[in-house]
Design a protein around this ligand. Structure first.
Ligand SMILES: Nc1ncnc2c1ncn2[C@@H]1O[C@H](COP(=O)(O)OP(=O)(O)OP(=O)(O)O)[C@@H](O)[C@H]1O
Ligand SMILES: O=P(O)(O)O[C@@H]1[C@H](O)[C@H](O)[C@@H](OP(=O)(O)O)[C@H](OP(=O)(O)O)[C@H]1O
Length: 596
């Protein structure tokens, strides 16, 4: 494992333990409902002989994203990719995987040539063969890290003390952060928090200002002011070298076990040069050392920036990548309160760990476990849950006097020029409720109780065309595309969702909150897969002792969100995808046996 991977791994606070190793035995059942990441073990095609032939669910084809048949070997190159994100990520992926990508390109050209001249049956057969070739060609070194399984199994370790210590190292009073420009005023109540911070001379945690008296018994979120290194920006490039400079090497060896803690103190640096030197050479070496220290610190930052983190959906500028396997999300009181409750709820294993607040310059952020940390070339899908994505307040506002949103009108026209009414066309604006409601009704939100907001494949390409999907069959096709029909990944997701379903049933938080606009984040790489609940910015507690059922349609005033309708649709669709993938695998085995 390379240094970057070590960084990822060591930085993970979420040592996943209650997870289940998914064996490739097609009949194995996934009974452990408490795991958080499932390890994927996929064997080459020989194991497919164990697959039972299943009935073939008929899938409708859709033009809204690369149909499954096009995605077997490729990533839908002809799809409109997502502007900035996409190019950024593609650059990142390209930089680190140039060789692989070149090979893939060649394979893809070969593939296309081969595929175009055949009959449909031959075409299908050829596709499967190529896919197998691709797999055996090394793009899926699935079993290579079976030894890692132990590290990913067992109970989640809660290491508050370690976490605290690690972050206590951070400097106080962060420099003004350029990213602050993106601050959207979302957390006006942060001013309140800041005032209390100033008053709090003991440097006690300011989270209490947000949380009231309800402190987590497991973890006390702490405030940290982080400092950006002068001259260091998010876009720092990583320095590469073939063998470390002797000084660097010495420093590296003198640092502690974790490569992620290259935070060398002056003392540590001095030690390296302290033996038998006169004052002059000491000064010289000190300067040298300082520059090496600066270099190493830059390296450390640069390495942490190398994280494969990506924001798939949501408001741009809301996130910052942080060190130690965390991401920072712009503070919202509503969300911070939810996360605080969730840390003491049965849903905790399904939510990124919440580490309290941190200020960077003028801005306050929520410190969250980075769910992509430790994953290699992660594949991600964001599903927005529920039968509606607007709060009831939005509807009430729209009736009274809601401001007209020209940006939303434009988004609406872009998607469907005939969608706005004559009046809306004349005003060139729509209310937020009208827009959100229209988005819900033109996607699978209203009917299936969730919608796919976006998908990022392992090459970093992002697709958001799934939003128009409306039927379960289309969702199934999207899932097959997203997982490249990998049975183990599909099974891992299925199992995780069943476990989530159980946890939701036992969750006081879920019973007593209206969950709007929250997403399930599906993440997998070549060896792990998991699903997480994220985004609680519009999740609010119910008044009095009111409780929700979550599995019934919404009617005004009921505050029902239909979260479980969405979950059930997803589970059904995954089961369908598993059937289809099994059938495909079976068919490919048959094809293999027939061919000489
Ligand atoms: N803890 C996390 N670890 C890794 N990635 C995350 C995490 N939280 C969020 N993301 C990424 O950021 C994206 C947006 O997250 P989120 O929905 O919380 O943002 P938001 O701005 O509140 O969204 P919205 O505009 O829908 O309210 C997700 O789709 C995911 O790609
Ligand atoms: O995905 P789209 O089609 O771009 O639409 C956005 C999406 O519905 C967001 O969930 C919503 O933010 P909230 O969840 O915070 O309401 C945002 O409203 P906003 O522009 O008022 O932030 C919309 O613009």
């Amino acid at each position: 494992m390379d240094t970057t991977d070590d960084n990822h791994t060591e930085g993970i606070k979420m040592e996943i333990e209650n997870q289940q190793i998914v064996e490739n035995d097609c009949f194995s059942t996934l009974s452990d409902k408490t795991h958080q990441h499932l390890l994927i073990s996929e064997r080459p095609s020989s194991s497919c002989r164990m697959v039972r032939l299943r009935s073939r669910p008929s899938l409708q084809s859709t033009k809204s994203f690369p149909p499954y048949s096009q995605c077997i070997g490729g990533l839908g190159e002809d799809e409109e990719s997502d502007d900035q994100h996409n190019s950024d990520m593609a650059c990142q992926a390209n930089a680190t995987n140039v060789k692989e990508d070149k090979r893939e390109e060649l394979q893809s050209t070969e593939r296309n040539e081969e595929l175009t001249t055949r009959s449909p049956r031959d075409w299908l057969k050829a596709k499967w063969k190529l896919r197998r070739k691709e797999r055996s060609g090394g793009s899926f070194e699935v079993d290579a890290d079976s030894c890692e399984r132990g590290r990913w199994s067992g109970k989640r370790r809660v290491e508050e003390t370690e976490e605290k210590e690690e972050f206590d190292d951070d400097d106080d009073e962060g420099c003004a952060n350029a990213e602050g420009k993106h601050w959207r005023g979302r957390n006006s109540s942060f001013e309140k928090v800041r005032k209390e911070e100033e008053e709090d001379e003991d440097g006690r945690s300011t989270i209490s200002a947000v949380e009231g008296d309800t402190k987590s018994s497991r973890e006390t979120p702490t405030r940290n002011d982080e400092e950006e290194l002068p001259g260091m920006t998010e876009g720092s490039t990583t320095q590469q070298w073939s063998s470390p400079h002797p000084i660097l090497s010495k420093l590296l060896h003198s640092s502690t076990s974790s490569s992620s803690s290259l935070n060398l103190s002056s003392a540590e640096s001095d030690e390296v040069f302290s033996e038998g030197e006169d004052a002059g050479s000491k000064r010289k070496t000190f300067r040298k050392c300082r520059s090496w220290k600066t270099f190493l610190t830059m390296m450390h930052w640069s390495m942490s920036r190398q994280s494969s983190w990506v924001q798939l959906a949501g408001h741009q500028g809301n996130f910052q990548v942080s060190k130690g396997g965390e991401v920072l999300k712009l503070y919202s009181e509503v969300e911070a309160n939810c996360l605080d409750c969730l840390m003491r709820d049965p849903l905790r294993p399904f939510v990124p760990q919440y580490h309290g607040l941190v200020t960077r310059g003028e801005l306050c952020y929520i410190r969250l476990e980075d769910l992509l940390s430790g994953l290699k070339r992660p594949v991600i899908m964001d599903c927005k849950m529920g039968v509606r994505t607007y709060q009831e307040d939005e509807l009430i506002k729209a009736r009274v006097k809601a401001p007209l949103r020209s940006d939303m009108y434009q988004k609406m026209v872009k998607m469907d020029p005939s969608a706005p009414s004559a009046e809306e066309h004349a005003q060139k604006g729509v209310t937020k409720w009208r827009y959100l409601q229209w988005r819900d009704s033109t996607s699978s939100t209203s009917t299936l109780g969730f919608r796919i907001e976006g998908v990022m494949m392992e090459d970093g390409s992002i697709q958001r065309d799934f939003r128009k999907i409306q039927t379960l069959a289309q969702v199934t096709e999207a899932l097959l595309y997203f997982t490249r029909s990998q049975l183990d990944t599909l099974r891992a997701y299925h199992s995780r969702l069943l476990a989530l379903s159980d946890a939701l049933k036992n969750s006081p938080f879920f019973r007593t909150h209206e969950v709007i606009g929250s997403s399930l984040l599906f993440v997998h790489d070549h060896s792990k897969a998991s699903v997480w609940m994220i985004d609680f910015g519009k999740t609010t507690p119910l008044p009095d002792s009111q409780e929700l059922r979550h599995n019934v349609p919404w009617s005004e005033g009921s505050r029902e969100d239909g979260y479980l309708i969405g979950l059930s649709s997803l589970v059904t669709s995954l089961a369908q995808a598993i059937s289809v993938a099994s059938w495909q695998q079976e068919e490919s085995c048959e094809e293999e046996q027939i061919s000489p």
